[in-house]
Design a protein around this ligand. Structure first.
Ligand code: C2E
Ligand code: CA
Ligand code: CA
Length: 730
């Protein structure tokens, strides 16, 4: 057994009991940082064993655990001699009031809710330990009233009712701040020191305590001569009140510091430390009141989630102090847009803990800045629109930080009650979903929540799951879109385009799933599949038809960010039976420009292996013509959006003409994409374009249909293409 807590200055030991190793890890880090030592257990049985052998100073208990859960563990701990008074803090799910109730029932000292706010958590532990210490001290004092004043901030009053004289211990004089010699001669002189508003109650409590058999505890304020207010707890129990003759003993304790800690904890629990704005917990509390009255008066409530765009990038350029200044000014400006009846709250921010762990001196870096604004009882959605305009107006002026101008924008998602949710949590969640969609469409945008957003998220999520399996299942296919040489009047190559025939959603366009594959880091695997399949297919087709078709394969910039990204492409190409001079790798301008130096090395490597390189979607991206000459590219594919308008808009026609000339001047083959009409084809032919690709020639087709198309166009005489618009595939 260790020494009693008060005498032992060595670090307190906390036992963390949770089956989730990641939670144990973060709590351990937090406790160590705050000067505690830790022990860990993954379930109740382990916890009891460790408790018996190591005698920790406090216990953090998860509710749900295998083998033995938190409630049972707590009960068992309380049955132990050294576990009767040990502080036990439960970790419960947010809003899980049932668990909180149950926890107190089985003897919990306190609880924290998950996800755990680590800053608040450290305060909580400190407070619980201190409160336990005070309680321990009081327990001791119960049996030794006469020694009570030795314990800090305790004093006692002996009251002889017959003579109406009282004797105050030094402790009482300390609390009231009277010098030793001064005397408080009778009870009314003592009561003079009690705050006027508390005086009657205090006097009544003292008189009652004489007759009472029960322990009584009462709290009141003492006003010192200086005007300073102290909070005291007056404790009387049967033992201390046992009258010896007509004399009664009342114990007083100065609890001002504890009250202040409590207040601080309250502030921390309900307000954002940096901006002083209410946090989510307080917001939800207020919102629910708003919703009740909105139901009564049949009004709408508008909830807006507001996130500062690119905050991470901004925070990278500032130190923590400057960042705090910026956030405070942002909060101020937002605050100036809300009316007094509106609610504004700041979301508990995410900190980048990796920074904190590598260097003990630097504190964690702020990584997001998000707010919720609630407009109660509005007539229509117009109020939201007005707010958003006011806000973007307010935010448009630069923020002056460290002598530099910082420009910020905010994305806003809007949900409304009752349409988009029945309670505060749902409304907030949906406004955040809408904010996510606003972000996707750029910066400084706002979006109203739609039920379809949730469906879309569900669909995206299930597609993510399915996409991982799909390579094994075989519902991914490669189709081939023909590329037609104008001069030779025949198909000379194809572009490999992915198709996903999903078992539930049917055909899903690559526009949807390529993005998901990129986000979930499996675009590299998809690309491997396309290279393997298409090289094989085209090799077989070339042999069969005695052709020399090339195959275009799309590469995504994101796959080069995956580990071994370019190496996987190289390896797949090395496996190919099709000679690599028949392979065209298609990259967009963005891919090339984004990682120019690294990209260049890869491009040269592919080139050395014998592949051809094409710039895809030319004109949509950076269109940096200056770069073009320096790149090892053979083919330039003009984006469909230009071709779409060459028949109707002369400026598009001249742009396309310019691109063709430019491409030729640096020795590139120029391909026009998305050619749908004979008119377009004729213009392109006149301007000297080399090849065309598009529905006019054919859509992306399964291999067998492609074979048929090639045979047909070969057999047809060259005029036939000009006579009718050929449509293959679906
Ligand atoms: P992209 O590389 O620009 O491919 C051309 C897209 O335009 C294809 O759409 C094609 O079917 C379509 N298209 C061709 N001619 C016409 C036309 O005359 N009219 C119209 N309206 N559309 C035409 P698809 O197959 O839906 O592919 C869309 C995009 O998905 C591709 O754009 C490409 O960026 C990406 N993608 C497709 N397969 C792959 C792949 O294997 N890997 C990667 N990384 N991306 C792929
Ligand atoms: Ca392409
Ligand atoms: Ca393209």
């Amino acid at each position: 057994m260790k020494e009693s807590t008060q005498k032992n200055p060595s670090p307190k030991i906390g036992l963390i009991v949770d089956d989730d190793p990641s939670i144990r890890l973060t709590l351990r880090a937090t406790l160590l940082k705050n000067g505690y030592q830790t022990l860990e257990a993954a379930n109740g049985i382990e916890a009891l064993e460790i408790f018996d052998s190591q005698d920790p100073d406090f216990v953090l208990l998860d509710v749900m655990m295998p083998k033995m859960g938190g409630f049972e563990t707590c009960e068992k701990l309380r049955q132990r001699k050294n576990g009767r008074f040990v502080p036990i803090v439960f970790m419960t799910g947010l809003d899980d009031t049932e668990s909180v109730r149950k926890a107190y029932e089985v003897g919990a000292t306190d609880f924290v809710s998950k996800p755990i706010n680590l800053q608040l958590f450290a305060y909580r532990v400190e407070f619980v330990l201190r409160a336990t210490q005070v309680a321990g001290e009081l327990r001791e004092s119960e049996s030794r009233v006469r020694n009570a004043q030795k314990i800090a901030k305790l004093g006692h009053i002996e009251w002889d009712q017959n003579l109406n004289v009282i004797h105050c211990s030094i402790g009482v004089k300390d609390i009231v701040q009277l010098c030793k010699e001064a005397s408080i001669s009778d009870i009314s002189t003592f009561l003079d020191w009690v705050h006027p508003n508390d005086r009657d109650a205090a006097e009544k409590a003292i008189r009652d305590s004489i007759t009472a058999k029960d322990t009584h505890v009462m709290e009141y304020r003492i006003v010192r001569e200086s005007g300073e207010v102290r909070h005291v707890v007056q404790i009387g129990d049967t033992e201390s009140l046992k009258s010896s003759g007509q004399s009664t003993v009342i114990t007083l304790q100065d609890v001002t510091e504890r009250k202040e800690t409590e207040k601080k904890i309250h502030t921390l629990a309900f307000y954002d430390e940096l901006t002083g704005l209410p946090n989510r917990t307080l917001l939800i509390d207020h919102m629910n009141k708003f919703l009740e009255s909105a139901v009564r008066y049949k009004r709408k409530v508008v909830v807006m989630a507001l996130g500062i765009d690119n905050f991470k990038q901004i925070s990278d350029t500032l130190d923590n102090e400057a960042l705090n200044v910026l956030v405070k000014s942002i909060a101020n400006r937002i605050n100036s847009c809300v009316r007094r009846s509106d609610l504004l709250s700041r979301k508990t921010p995410i900190f980048d803990s990796s920074v904190a762990e590598t260097d003990a001196n630097t504190t964690a870096k702020l990584r997001n800045d998000e707010y919720i604004v609630v407009l109660p009882e509005v007539e229509s959605l117009e109020s939201a629109q007005i707010f958003v305009h006011r806000l973007s107006d307010k935010l448009s002026d630069p923020f002056r930080i460290n002598d530099a101008n910082i420009y910020i924008t905010a994305s806003v998602g809007v949900s409304t009650f009752p349409e988009d949710g029945g309670d505060a949590n749902e409304l907030i969640k949906n406004s955040e979903v809408a904010m996510g969609f606003a972000r996707q469409s750029g910066t400084g945008k706002h979006r109203f929540f739609k039920q379809s957003h949730n469906k879309e998220i569900t669909r995206t999520f299930s597609l993510q799951q399915d996409l991982r399996k799909t390579l094994d299942v075989g519902d991914l296919l490669v189709h081939y879109q023909p590329r037609y040489c104008i001069k030779e009047k025949r198909v000379i190559g194809v572009e490999a385009l992915l198709r996903w025939n999903h078992f539930e959603y049917g055909y899903i366009p690559p526009g949807e799933f390529v993005g998901i594959a990129e986000d979930s880091g499996i675009i590299g695997s998809l690309c491997e599949f396309v290279i393997d399949t298409s090289c094989d297919d085209i090799e077989v087709l070339n042999k069969k038809l005695q052709e020399d078709l090339t195959v275009g394969i799309n590469l995504s910039s994101r796959q080069f960010q995956e580990p071994r990204g370019s190496l996987r492409v190289v390896e797949a190409l090395q496996r190919s039976r099709l000679t690599l001079d028949k392979v065209v790798l298609e990259l967009t301008e963005g891919t090339i420009i984004e990682n120019f130096a690294a990209g260049m090395k890869d491009m040269i490597r592919f080139r050395e292996m014998g592949c051809n390189l094409a710039i895809d979607d030319f004109g949509t991206g950076y269109s940096s013509l200056a770069y073009l000459g320096r790149l090892p590219f053979d083919i330039l594919k003009i984006d469909k959006s230009f071709i779409d308008h060459i028949e109707t808009h002369s400026e598009y026609k001249s742009i396309v003409k310019g691109i063709i000339q430019l491409g030729h001047s640096i020795g590139m083959t120029v391909v026009a994409e998305g050619v749908e009409s004979i008119g377009q084809k004729e213009i392109l032919e006149t301007e000297g374009c080399d090849e065309i690709q598009g529905y006019l020639i054919g859509k992306a087709l399964p291999l067998s249909d492609l074979e048929k198309l090639i045979v047909d166009t070969r057999d047809d005489n060259s005029n036939s293409l000009d006579d009718d618009v050929r449509m293959f595939g679906s």
